[in-house]
Design a protein around this ligand. Sequence first.
Ligand code: ATP
Ligand code: MG
Length: 252
Amino acid sequence: MSRAVRVEGLTVAHGGAGVRARGGAFPALEGVDLELAAGSFTALLGPSGCGKSTLLGAVAGFVRPAAGRVAVAGEPVTGPGPDRGVVFQHYALFPWRTARGNVEFALKRLGLPRAERRRRALAALAEVGLADGAEKYPGQLSGGMQQRVALARALAAEPEVLLLDEPFGALDALTRVRMQELLRRLWRRTGLTVLFVTHDIDEALALAERVVVLGGTPGRVLADHPVPPGPPDPALRELIAARLTQPEAADV
Ligand SMILES: Nc1ncnc2c1ncn2[C@@H]1O[C@H](COP(=O)(O)OP(=O)(O)OP(=O)(O)O)[C@@H](O)[C@H]1O
Ligand SMILES: [Mg+2]
């Protein structure tokens, strides 16, 4: 099962809705509309500071809109929930818990019995190829393995929407490609609705079925392109690259 995400007229002002009125900073996002079809894989691309994490945070329920709304499967988002799994660049694992312990701990707030937490944690770790590392501590795992634990932690709650914020940004090139392949396989198998934030155009094109470019101050949607299956299309890459470097010339 997967769920559609609908973002309508989303405006976010960090520090409160009255920031601009007081002569302070502009909103981070203004009037953003975005619909993610159930089971789709969308990359959100844009320069640093354009509001990518803010948008992902609003879907996750960490960030409150000043205006507009976010809905998942038609239900307004009012805070974080188990229907949405989140993976960040910094995996934030507890160093004193094993891989399994980290995943189990994240399931506690779902009120699942201990045996069910264990079953789900082991299944999620197997899903990300880390069955053998379940009893290891983060300090005994490579960066790629730690990010697999963070992915398992997000999956173990059995979400329908997976939100990833530059999840592979800290990994070396080879590990990064392996993680990209893992994520693609996982998405194909599960049919999760995926929103993947990156500032790497090649990563966006390699992974997603659709690339949305965010930019400007405040951030808004500047371009929205389907990505045809098959090898990367140089013309599409050029089009998106141009949009990234000339953020004012919006074409949507
Ligand atoms: N907690 C916060 N308090 C105040 N301002 C914030 C906060 N978080 C983000 N901002 C501001 O909101 C704007 C958008 O930030 P955001 O982190 O969403 O950008 P981003 O596109 O994710 O950038 P990056 O690629 O560097 O991660 C920036 O101007 C940033 O300084
Ligand atoms: Mg960010």
